[in-house]
Structures are given as structure tokens and as C-alpha cells.
Design a binder for this molecule. Structure first.
Ligand SMILES: NC(=O)c1ccc[n+]([C@@H]2O[C@H](COP(=O)([O-])OP(=O)(O)OC[C@H]3O[C@@H](n4cnc5c(N)ncnc54)[C@H](OP(=O)(O)O)[C@@H]3O)[C@@H](O)[C@H]2O)c1
Length: 310
């Protein structure tokens, strides 16, 4: 998250002068909405909350939050509303109610709900049609990071609007990066980053099953698993320097070698009756890349083949 392009604007913890209104509304009180609300309260902001299922605000109200009886009452209480619900079907179900849209007119929504980039763009279009000022965003770290320097927030949408609300968003702690005016851009980054995360987690879950079948406990594997994980960041950095320039060279680790290594995992898994479809899919992508004459290239040549719908 440290590198950025010229169109990105990044800032960390700390207010920007405090001239922005010191109130905020939070819609959605799941684990993340509660963490956001707690951070706002700890920063001394007047924080109004609403959740679809009543009663989930009890602890927050005890800490000073104001419980709104309806989403329209909640959004009317602040110039800025932060939305954090399960997905955009849920955020649409709240924001697009006629009475909520009416109350939001001229006010700002920062939607920190996770979903696909096209959903962010269509909600931004809806907001523009209804006179609602709209920023989209993504939260890339878990609930316990919120309000601490470890939190990572991505934002997209009109830069001036983002700057206007930066002082309130800063109350959430961590690093905030504005990635561009396209409202879907934060979600685009999020999808790419979660692609890394979930395929890694799926690999880890599969590795635990294979290790167990070979008599290795999760605890025995853990220090070595951490070692494998630590290999990845320098690989990302190394490839980032080369990939955008179209350099797919394999150096000491060509795809042909990766295919062989992956096949050992398929063989061992299936010998234990463990589903190897995840690794078979990866091996298949690598074999197709070799089949196209790129066997001497590095593993990430696969990205180009996938992009070609290969
Ligand atoms: N938890 C994390 O560590 C984490 C980290 C990064 C990003 N995020 C993202 O943050 C967002 C919120 O996550 P979460 O952890 O708080 O829990 P979640 O289970 O993803 O979302 C729960 C919230 O969504 C609401 N909701 C669900 N369907 C709804 C509907 N149809 N109408 C209105 N509200 C609805 C729930 O209301 P009810 O209480 O009424 O069911 C609750 O407030 C998600 O997009 C998630 O991907 C979470």
C-alpha cells in the first residue's frame, strides 16, 4: 500500500484542521460498522447509528452513540453518512428507499461496504441522479485495526468531496488513500487484493488437509508456512517493476518447473482422497501458458494469458 501513482492521494492518522462538521452517521452495525462507530465515538464525534435489526446498538449507545429510529432519521442527523453493510444489495435496500434518498439530498455518503466495482459505479450514478454527494471506499484490514495506525482504507470518487470529509474519515485511524475519481476504483483495488487473500487462504486450508493426511499438525507446519508466506512480498515487488513494462522473464524459476511442482501436490492430495481441484485449476493455467510457448517465462506470464481469455 506504500507505492502510489500521481493520481493517488494518501494520508495517515491525524486531523486536517477540524473545520469539518464534528458529526457522522453510521448505517450498519455488524462487526465492522460497530468498529467504525467506536472509532468515531473515541474521536469525540457526535455519532448517530442505525441498523436494520434493532437492538444491535445497545453497547454503542451506552458509549455515547445516538440511536436513530429509522435510516432517514439517521442520515438527517449528519452531513456525512458512512454505510457499512454486507453488500450493495443491502446498501441499495437502505439508501434507495424514497424517504432515505429524500433525506440524503445535498448530503454526503461514504459507502465502505464491500462489493464489485460495477456496483459502486451504479450506486454513484444513482446518487448523482438523486442529488446525493457520493464517495465509495473499501476497508482492507480487520475490525481490530480500526482506530489504530494499522487500518487501511481505500477511497474513490470526487477528490474535492473526499478532501472535504477527510477530517472525519481520519478519526478511523490508519492510512487513507484516494485512488481516483472513478467511483469503482477503490472496489477494483479491493477485488484484486482479496483475490490474493482468498486464493492464499484456500491454498492454506488445502495445505492443512494434505499436511494432516501426511501426519503433520497445523502447529508443526506453522513456522514453515510463515516462511513460505514471507517469500511472497519480495516476489510482488520484483514483478511489479517488470510486469507493467511487459517483462515476463522467468530467470531461475520457469513455468515448466512450476507445473512439475504443482503436479506433485495434485498427486499427493489425490493419493489421500483429498480434492485437488484448486491445484488442478492452477496447474491447468500453467500448462496452457507453457502450451502457448511461454515455458521459459516466469509464473506471472499466466496473468497475460488469462487477460487474453486464454
Ligand atoms: N469484518 C471485517 O473484518 C471486515 C473487514 C473488511 C471489510 N469488511 C466489510 O465490511 C462490510 C460489513 O461487514 P461486517 O463485518 O460488519 O459484517 P457483515 O455480516 O458483512 O454485514 C452485517 C451488516 O449488514 C447488514 N445487512 C445485511 N443485509 C441487510 C439488508 N438487506 N438491509 C440492511 N442491512 C443489511 C446487517 O444488518 P442486520 O444486523 O440487520 O443483519 C449488519 O449491519 C462488509 O461489506 C465486509 O465485507 C469487513
Amino acid at each position: 500500500m506504500s507505492s502510489r501513482t500521481e493520481q493517488q492521494e494518501q494520508h495517515g492518522q491525524g486531523g486536517q484542521g477540524g473545520q469539518q462538521a464534528s458529526s457522522v452517521t453510521v448505517l450498519g452495525l455488524g462487526p465492522m460498522g460497530r468498529a467504525l462507530t467506536t472509532a468515531f465515538l473515541e474521536a469525540g464525534l457526535r455519532t448517530t447509528v442505525w441498523n436494520r435489526t434493532p437492538g444491535r446498538d445497545k453497547e454503542l449507545v451506552e458509549r455515547g452513540a445516538i440511536s436513530a429510529p429509522s435510516p432517514e432519521a439517521a442520515v438527517a442527523a449528519s452531513e456525512l453518512t458512512v454505510v457499512c453493510v454486507v453488500n450493495y444489495d443491502a446498501s441499495d435496500a437502505v439508501l434507495r428507499r424514497a424517504e432515505v434518498a429524500k433525506a440524503l439530498k445535498g448530503r454526503t455518503v461514504v459507502n465502505l461496504t464491500a462489493d464489485a466495482p460495477d456496483r459502486s459505479r451504479s450506486t454513484a450514478d444513482w446518487a448523482a441522479d438523486h442529488g446525493v454527494r457520493y464517495l465509495d471506499g473499501a476497508i482492507m484490514t480487520p475490525t481490530d485495526s480500526i482506530g489504530t495506525p494499522d487500518a487501511v482504507f481505500l477511497h474513490s470518487g470526487p477528490l474535492e468531496l473526499y478532501r472535504e470529509h477527510q477530517p472525519v474519515l481520519d478519526a478511523l485511524g490508519g492510512t487513507h488513500t484516494h485512488l481516483g475519481e472513478d467511483p469503482g476504483r477503490a472496489a477494483s483495488y479491493e477485488i484484486a487484493l482479496l483475490d490474493i487473500f482468498w486464493t492464499s487462504m484456500a491454498g492454506y486450508a488445502h495445505a492443512l488437509a494434505v499436511a494432516k493426511a501426511e501426519g503433520i499438525t497445523a502447529k508443526e507446519l506453522a513456522p514453515f508456512a510463515q516462511g513460505i508466506g514471507a517469500i511472497l512480498p519480495p516476489i510482488f515487488e520484483d514483478y511489479a517493476a517488470k510486469l507493467d513494462a511487459g517483462d515476463f522473464s522467468g530467470d531461475d524459476n520457469p513455468i515448466t518447473s512450476a507445473v512439475s511442482s504443482m503436479h506433485h501436490i495434485v498427486h499427493t492430495s489425490e493419493a489421500h482422497g483429498i480434492d485437488a481441484s484448486l491445484m488442478r485449476a492452477a496447474e491447468g493455467m500453467a500448462r496452457r501458458t507453457v502450451g502457448r510457448g511461454h515455458g521459459a517465462d516466469g509464473f506471472v506470464r499466466i496473468a497475460e494469458i488469462l487477460g487474453d481469455r486464454g
